[in-house]
Design a protein around this ligand. Structure first.
Ligand SMILES: [Zn+2]
Length: 149
């Protein structure tokens, strides 16, 4: 999925649970960070271009597109006394993995294990990706409307 699609889904998750917590700033930052973090393994992605040396270290759709870093980094944030940042990061990360599970390339959730693999029919950057982006962008606007008014 494209960067903007992951952001729209992450924003939807944040808006869906923001009213439940007090530290909304930490939750917001964590969700957005988690939603874009896995694509650090693509040198040409928006996040990968900012950290090219880091991006070159990882195989695309390898370890960073598995559940392991989501759990480790969230737990480290919890230990660093930043629990809401950790919760947000976990939510955003899982949303990224779930969204990429809809693509043809799929996700190996327990990388380097070959299974379980989840694959879909969408192509990153294709019409399906755009439809998901438009759906969640519309949902974001509706949630913002209800949160504000
Ligand atoms: Zn991805």
């Amino acid at each position: 999925m494209k960067f903007k699609t992951h952001l729209a889904i992450g924003l939807f998750l944040f808006l869906s649970v923001a009213f439940l917590v007090q530290d909304v700033e930490f939750l917001f930052f964590g969700v957005i960070l988690g939603a874009i973090f896995p694509d650090l393994d693509i040198k040409t992605s928006k996040s990968g271009r900012r950290l090219p040396y880091l991006a070159g270290m990882f195989k695309h759709r390898g370890i960073l597109h598995s559940i392991t870093p989501a759990i480790i980094f969230s737990f480290l944030l919890y230990l660093a006394n930043l629990p809401m940042l950790g919760v947000g990061f976990l939510l955003g990360y899982l949303s990224h993995l779930a969204a990429d599970s809809l693509t043809k390339k799929g996700i190996r959730w327990l990388y380097p294990l070959k299974k379980p693999v989840t694959k879909g029919v969408l192509r990153s950057g294709g019409i399906g990706d755009m439809m998901v982006f438009l759906f969640f962008s519309a949902a974001d606007l509706i949630l913002i409307f209800f949160l504000v008014f």
